[in-house]
Design a binder for this molecule. Structure first.
Ligand code: BYC
Length: 313
């Protein structure tokens, strides 16, 4: 069948809300866009374990430690679902790892900021996971089957993560004046990076139009950012904390909050590898990869031995 016909049929399928599966014909650019987005998402989950992992040994109680540990383990699981989904598009896991380790592949800007106090665990859960949910719930309806199915599981766990963070913020903000100050300080430092997570504004987002046509993305970066701001401002009121934006104001006509100018120079600087923790994050990840070599080798040897045993039986 001529390529043009195949492409038409492919788009019709998408327009009719049918899922594309690994063995279906797909345009090469669709495949590449998915590999890019899914692998970056997987890398974000794995790198995203580092800022929180930093606090597991210092969690203020056994309960907090158990919950944080579970959350960080969930993130490893999310990375694995997503790497598996990307593999169905014909890229190997080793290739994805090498793209991450060489700095060729991106991961979310948000994980290049430091976690200075325990309140940062609250702010990350509340804001970062809150932003992740806003962005990821629509991905449960992404046109590529393995991705959309992986996202259903990811989102169920993300909602627990968001509540975990909000509960920490609630406890701190209703606590002593020092605790309240810590919560406000964490909000001050995480607010702007969190709203940057949604990516560049629509007019500066080169991939959005095509990704929306292919129903990989269902909402634009700015639409999701606005939804996040509208929901989160109300949550901050319950906490009694102040969003660090003097231009934040309810706009009756639009039915949304207006908010201040985002520092896009800061965003691009972080994306390009020059944020406060980019180098540290990548080095930690590479070290873990190198030190884990014997584990991978042992697992491989074990699998081969079992296979040989089965074949001999
Ligand atoms: N950081 O054309 P655009 C999580 C890049 S949550 C770094 O709008 P697209 C977690 C973008 O890749 C975080 N780079 O791109 C939460 C593109 O560059 P390339 C991960 C960014 O793909 C809690 C360029 O800027 N979530 O994992 O249409 C705990 C132009 O952008 C960022 C996901 O990955 C950024 N923030 O839209 C643990 C969700 N934003 O690739 C873990 C899935 C943009 O052309 N991904 N860039 O060189 C998406 O929904 C979309 O990929 C994005 C960007 C909305 C992020």
């Amino acid at each position: 069948m001529a390529e043009i016909n195949l492409e038409q049929k492919f788009q019709e399928k998408i327009d009719n809300e049918l899922r594309i599966e690994p063995k279906d014909w797909m345009p090469e650019k669709y495949r590449q866009t998915l590999i890019r987005q899914i692998s970056q998402h997987a890398h974000s989950e794995i790198i995203g374990m580092l800022p929180e992992g930093n606090w597991i040994t210092r969690a203020p109680s056994l309960r907090r430690k158990a919950v944080l540990l579970a959350k960080v383990q969930d993130e490893a699981g999310h990375g694995l679902y997503l790497y598996s989904a990307a593999e169905t598009l014909g890229i190997s896991r080793d290739k994805m790892y090498s793209q991450l380790h060489s700095g060729e592949a991106k991961y979310s800007s948000i994980f290049n900021y430091p976690t200075i106090t325990w309140a940062d665990m609250g702010a990350i859960g509340w804001l970062v996971d809150g932003a992740a949910i806003m962005n990821q719930v629509p991905l449960c309806r992404a046109s590529y089957g393995p991705y959309s199915r992986a996202m259903v599981r990811v989102c169920k766990e993300e909602s627990f993560h968001q509540r975990q963070g909000y509960e920490i913020m609630l406890t701190l903000s209703k606590g002593s004046s020092v605790q309240k100050k810590m919560a406000q300080d964490a909000l001050n430092r995480w607010w702007w990076p969190s709203i940057m997570m949604f990516g560049p504004t629509d007019d500066a987002s080169p991939n959005s139009i095509q990704s929306m046509k292919w129903k990989i993305k269902r909402f634009s970066n700015d639409e999701l950012r606005q939804k996040f701001v509208d929901v989160t401002v109300e949550q901050a009121k319950i906490l009694g904390l102040t969003i660090p934006d003097k231009d934040l104001k309810w706009n009756e006509e639009r039915g949304h909050y207006d908010f201040g100018e985002i520092n896009w120079d800061e965003f691009w600087n972080v994306v390009k590898g020059n944020g406060p923790c980019n180098k540290e994050r990548l080095e930690t990840r590479k070290k873990a990869w190198e030190e884990g070599e014997w584990v991978r080798e042992a697992a491989q040897a074990h699998a081969e031995k079992r296979k040989a045993k089965k074949e001999a039986a």
